[in-house]
Design a protein around this ligand. Sequence first.
Ligand code: GP9
Ligand code: MN
Length: 620
Amino acid sequence: MFKKQQINQLFVIASLLFGLKTYVIYRFLFNINLENSMQEMILFINPFVTAFFVFALSVWLKSKNQVKYIKVVAVLGSVILYLNLIFYRNFGDFLTIPILFQGSNAKDLGSSVLNLIEWYDVLLFTDIAAIFYLAKPKVGAVHVIEKMRPKRKKLILSLSIVFLLGNYVLAEIERPQLLQRGFDREYLVKNIGLFNFHLYDIVQQSKSKAQRVLADGNELSEILTYIDEETTDTSETDMYGIAKDKNVIFVWLESLQTFVINNELHGEEITPFLNDLIDDSYYFENFYHQTAQGKTSDSEFIAETSLYPLPSGAVYFTHSENTYQSLPDMLGESGYNTSVFHANSGSFWNRNVMYENLGVDHFYDVAAYDVTDTNQVGWGLKDKDFFKQSMKYLTSLEEPYYTRMITLTNHHPFTLGEEDATLAPFDSNSKTLNYYFQTVRYLDESLELFFEELKASGEYEDSVIVLMGDHYGISDFHDRSTASYLGKDEITPFDHIQLQRVPLYIHIPGEEGKVISDIAGQVDIKPTLLHLLGIEGSNDISFGTNLFGENRKDFIALRDGSFIADDVIYTKDTFYDRSTGEIMETTDDLLELKERAQHELTYSDQLIYGDLLRFHDLNK
Ligand code: GP9
Ligand code: MN
């Protein structure tokens, strides 16, 4: 039926058929969000590139095994695709190793599996039928496989690798550091495809499993002693229990940095509401974010576990199965009802999995919101609509509740419709910085509206409202423009550290509050809230200390090893005088401080890599 040259190789046909099927599933059966034509293109190329790589390996096999290999790969690949599709229809997410082996998800699926199968699914196996048919000896695609010169084989292999690398380069351009950071399963699948995502997941999981298996808990007692002696401050203060039994509404201020607070643009306040809010809040003007690659998820992790995030990758992805002592868990035990509100897909940063582990009772993700063409911008639902739509859920929460609300509009690239912009952009070479001020203002207005809603609904009186910036919004890349805005010649390493300050407000209705200048960091949140709510136990495992305590730890470590102490800032191998920014001479005391900060980060890493808290009775 086929002439030698025409059909040439079964693996080519298999790649085309299987690639096409995969693309159809990605594009039409999964609900993958495509934001631009580059993403469209990657999604289209990837299935073919991957299929070609895998099927083309067949040319290296003995001729009688080639057809077998192609058949097995096609069937196996189809089964993996189809299982993902069924899982996706129920959970809107892709399969992962932890889900397969220990998640409750798979169990839940059992009963409803039949409902998730559609009649037309059978069409998804037509490529297999075609491959099996073509592989029949009399059809003729087989014997032509037999002889291929080694040169040709090598060419095919090189070609398939080049294609794959090309795909990866495009993916990196579209989403830098995709593999290091993980982001979201949907991003990974969209950029490297489902099969490569599974490989990635297997490598990630095995790496952390290996470290976990090797850990035996012996390191734990040393770490707990350190925490007990160095980071725990059990001194009573008059703030202890001041917010007992109150609700906690904890608002995540996306990308908000302290440098915009009480600052102006074109002679106007950038954040009028937040500026006024300082007057009746505990406002921490030297509060630092401590996040790394996991960005928002890192900030969530730090605040709720009082551990440090990992030096690379997002701990929300890499160690979502660990045992933690988390704020939601501890509050839950004290009778709190815990939740998170965030109008983004539940799988972003692996939140849906991690939240369950951290003891969050309910996650109101994008599915809880009505997102339309007109109420979204940039990353999704606009913050004003987010707060408005959240009110109906918030008011129905059982009290006392602890809830986190994660905003989104003030996110890079800081886009906003004209109708929502109430501040003219800045004028510099950095578009990012120019428009940052606009979305910051929008966030400020959203918060004002939210406070009004809270007051009108009666939630306000019984609640402590905490507002925290999650991480920087303006990276070093924009240093020249940032310097020009701040009226500086340049951004020095010292300035860079000072720019890592993010706002922290603790607003307790009825309390006057005050501006607190002591150094503070995101690790301090958990012990501080426990203190205010009066549920601090002696068993709190935290690298941070209560911000209202008398015996606070004397440094705030950033994830890259930089740190801030009362008189000194250390970064890039240099000590700076904290008040003047002048370079200081290195002394033994300073080196000792540096050691301690470094040590603390290492302890935190050990706890996470070895999953050491599983060896500890957290309730003791
Ligand atoms: C995503 C949102 C932003 O859901 O929280 O994440 P980020 O990019 O800031 O880490
Ligand atoms: Mn963020």
